[in-house]
Design a protein around this ligand. Structure first.
Ligand code: ADP
Ligand code: MG
Length: 253
């Protein structure tokens, strides 16, 4: 199957720090990829480069056939013009640790906002689909609730419904359960498990090793801005090769 995402030789520098150090990463449609690794290893930066929250220093990124950033002749990576970029980046949906719902909008308004504003869907169509998605994440009864009236797990499920409402090619999850109490991480993981089973293309940065082991088609271990090891869940968790991964696993498992 064809790659839906290709990231070639990605370097991302911040002042005084190389967050991504020649990373090659690609995904196939329908794949669930888990990214694990210590704090500061570049996991969030990798996701943020995919959906243009950060601009790469050099390398190239092709999403769904469109190369939107690339380096030519050793220069800094050039990006497509803003308008084209906006459309391409709408093909990814990002779920953050801290939900980032619009606080002044109800659940349903949060879910319908971008489809109406960016995709120019009619309000009626957006609401119809929005209600289906809220139902899918178990929040049909909360469509008129404001974020402040929701528990953390409910907020995160609403955020997932909002991300899906744009019908993105790829869903990006950046530690979606890290801000939740342990007893409610399960309800968010259940929604993600459902998406993975339905072959939603997704990248999940997570500290939930059990979950990664269970749902990931492929696991990537990052350290110091590099992909140090990748393989099936079994290869990574049962048979780690590098000393860095062995060390990391013994510290978290
Ligand atoms: P992770 O998500 O794996 O914890 P990050 O991608 O957040 O790691 O960070 C990778 C490295 O890049 C870290 O050293 C971090 O301090 C640095 N970094 C991330 N974002 C910025 C930024 N906006 N400005 C400067 N340095 C940053
Ligand atoms: Mg991070």
């Amino acid at each position: 199957m064809e790659d839906i995402l290709q990231m070639n030789d990605i370097v991302k520098e911040f002042a005084g720090c190389t967050a991504l150090d020649h990373v090659n990463f690609s995904m196939k449609k329908g794949e669930t990829v888990a990214i694990i690794g210590p704090s500061g290893s570049g996991k969030s930066t990798l996701l943020r480069c995919i959906n243009c929250l950060e601009r790469i220093t050099s390398g190239s990124i092709t999403l769904n056939g469109d190369t939107f950033a690339e380096t030519k002749n050793g220069q800094r990576a050039a990006y497509l013009p803003d308008k084209a970029l906006k459309n391409i980046c709408a093909e990814t949906g990002m779920i953050f640790q801290h939900f980032n719902l619009f606080p002044h909008m109800t659940c349903l308004e949060n879910v319908c906002y971008a489809p109406v504003k960016v995709k120019k869907q009619s309000k009626a169509d957006a609401q119809k689909r929005g209600r289906q998605l809220l139902d899918m994440v178990g929040l049909a009864h909360k469509e008129d609730a404001y974020p402040a009236q929701l528990s953390g797990g409910q907020k995160q499920r609403a955020a997932i419904a909002r991300g899906l409402a744009m019908n993105p090619e790829i869903m990006l999850f950046d530690e979606p359960t890290s801000a939740l109490d342990p007893e409610i991480t399960g309800e968010v993981l259940n929604v993600m498990r459902k998406l993975s089973t339905a072959h939603t293309t997704m990248v999940i940065v997570t500290h939930e090793m059990g979950f990664a082991k269970e749902v990931a088609d492929r696991v990537i271990f990052m350290d110091a801005g590099r992909i140090v090891e990748e393989g099936t869940a079994e290869e990574i968790f049962q048979n780690p090769k590098s000393s860095r991964l062995k060390e990391f696993l013994s510290s978290v498992l």
